[in-house]
Ligand binder design. Structure first.
Ligand code: PLP
Ligand code: ZN
Length: 482
């Protein structure tokens, strides 16, 4: 075993249709089953060969790789054998994604929540969301494919609630020709920060009126009939890359995850799919001996997965919902592409760990905003979806779904700065009524202008420093040094 050099093991991967079970080779970029329209998961049919080693071998190997200086092994491909072990070292794209910090909840916050928990800050990825994990894998595969076929132009397209396009545009601009990035956004439904990202990366940014679900249908139609590479959640290479979140979390906790409760916001349901899939792989190899529990969180303004699992198992029926405006905008999806993947994985997951291994909790818009503000006033950097996770934990505590001996890990899926506009609306009490958010006035935080501009104009530098200091002393009630 050598953790420092690029692995020699190669697997054989296939797309497996979750609708009809048919298998397809990976020498083409497929999104949905040509036969039945089902979504795929990627499977390594030589996974058995990995089982020849015991859990201790893998734990040691992955730990040893932490010291590797090879860029190909520094990010999500630290777990190469579990990820996409068909790629060559030269194909791997690394922009510093993955290995994001797990930050324990600030003591005062932990006390007030009544349970120990941590945030895993996936907003510290290069484009400031977890989407980079999936893109690193999808673009590595695209690079391999382009090299093999000698293609001279590949248009990558995606519809996005903001972060997918930011990540896709970033990776496309880094790889460069023959890859070119086009992103399709619902007009007015992504934050200014998210919009600035693909623009800054030089992508072609197209907007349409409507919501994300509308844009999704358009890119799907394009991908069906034209030569483009689709980078939405239907792209199962992205799901693979996102599994790295599970591997990192397990590694961070010393591969002891049996008492963890992972809280994950659900939008298109790709992230929660990947986390369950990743944990199941670790379990199969004996790297972990018990699965962590997984809690999906949805806003009542976009809650199809919650509704499905809240229903009595006998009468469960999958039904997309019409979304209402949500501060958890990146998860504002009424017809999640990956729902069939979730359904499949939940079955396996609960088979292994028991009925309480997977649940979905629902929270209000108000609870999401309150939780985000509360977390960030304790030194965290949660986006609205990260706030949604904390709201979900509070709800789970309230419902008695978690116990004091467990430890929760909340996915802060993006950086708080991407969603600064919602914080502004909270502080200035300017939420449009359809969100249904009334801020706590005690939390309103605004800059205070201390002097009129005319004062600055009227004084020289020395006088101005003195005047300004005096106003501050008065404002803060500062006492002179003895
Ligand atoms: C995409 C996204 C989500 C939703 O993840 P899914 O995989 O679509 O369920 C949540 N939070 C952020 C910040 C996102 O970008
Ligand atoms: Zn099929």
């Amino acid at each position: 075993m050598n953790g420092l050099t690029f692995p020699t093991y190669r697997g054989r991967m296939e797309y497996v249709c979750l609708g009809c079970g048919k298998r397809y080779p990976i020498d083409e970029l497929l999104y949905t089953c040509p036969d039945c329209g089902g979504v795929f998961l990627l499977e390594n049919i030589d996974f058995d060969a990995l089982e020849k080693h015991d859990g201790a071998y893998w734990r040691e190997l992955f730990d040893a790789r932490a010291a590797s200086r090879s860029t190909a092994l520094r990010g999500i491909f630290r777990y190469y054998e579990l990820m996409a072990p068909v790629l060559e070292e030269q194909d791997i794209v690394y922009l510093g994604e993955g290995l994001t910090p797990v930050v324990e909840a600030a003591p005062a916050l932990r006390e007030s929540v009544g349970m120990s928990f941590a945030y895993k800050n996936d907003g510290q990825n290069p484009s400031a969301s977890f989407k980079d994990r999936g893109m690193a894998c999808a673009f590595s595969y695209l690079k391999a494919l382009t090299r093999k076929h000698g293609w001279d132009e590949v248009l990558t397209v995606c519809a996005s609630t903001g972060d997918t396009s930011a990540a896709a545009a970033l990776y496309a601009s880094y790889v460069g020709a023959p890859l070119k990035s086009v992103v399709l956004l619902p007009h007015g439904k992504v934050t200014p920060q998210q919009l600035s990202q693909p623009l800054g990366s030089g992508a072609t940014v197209l907007e349409l009126p409507g919501v994300f679900d509308d844009c999704m249908k358009v890119v799907e139609l394009l991908a069906e009939q034209y030569r483009v590479a689709l980078l939405n959640s239907k792209n199962s290479w992205r799901i693979l890359g996102q599994e790295s979140y599970a591997y990192e979390t397990a590694q961070w906790y010393g591969w002891n995850v049996g008492n963890l409760c992972l809280f994950v916001p659900i939008g298109n349901a790709g992230n929660i799919t990947a986390i369950m899939s990743g944990m199941l792989k670790l379990h199969r190899l004996g790297v972990i001996d018990r699965l962590p529990r997984v809690f999906g969180v949805q806003s009542e303004h976009a809650d199809p997965v919650y509704r499905y699992y809240a229903a009595d198992p006998a009468s469960r029926r999958w039904e997309p919902v019409k979304v209402r405006p949500s501060v958890a905008q990146a998860a504002m999806i009424g017809n999640p592409v990956s729902f069939p993947r979730v359904a499949r994985l939940v079955e396996r997951y609960t088979e292994v760990r028991g009925a309480d291994a997977f649940q979905v909790v629902e929270v209000t818009e108000q609870q999401i905003m309150d939780a985000m503000i509360r977390a960030n006033r304790h030194g965290h950097i949660a986006c609205t979806q990260g706030g949604e996770c904390l709201a979900g934990l509070l709800r789970a505590v309230e419902l008695g779904l978690v116990n004091g001996k467990e430890h929760a890990v909340l996915d802060a899926t993006a950086h708080s700065l991407k969603f600064a506009g919602f914080q502004d609306m909270y502080f200035s009490d300017t939420f449009p009524p359809e969100y249904g958010v009334a801020p706590d006035p005690a939390l309103a935080n605004r800059p205070e202008l201390l002097l009129e501009p005319s004062v600055r104009a009227a004084q020289d530098d020395a006088a101005y420093t003195k005047t300004a200091a005096e106003v501050i002393v008065k404002r803060l009630g500062l006492k002179k040094k003895q």
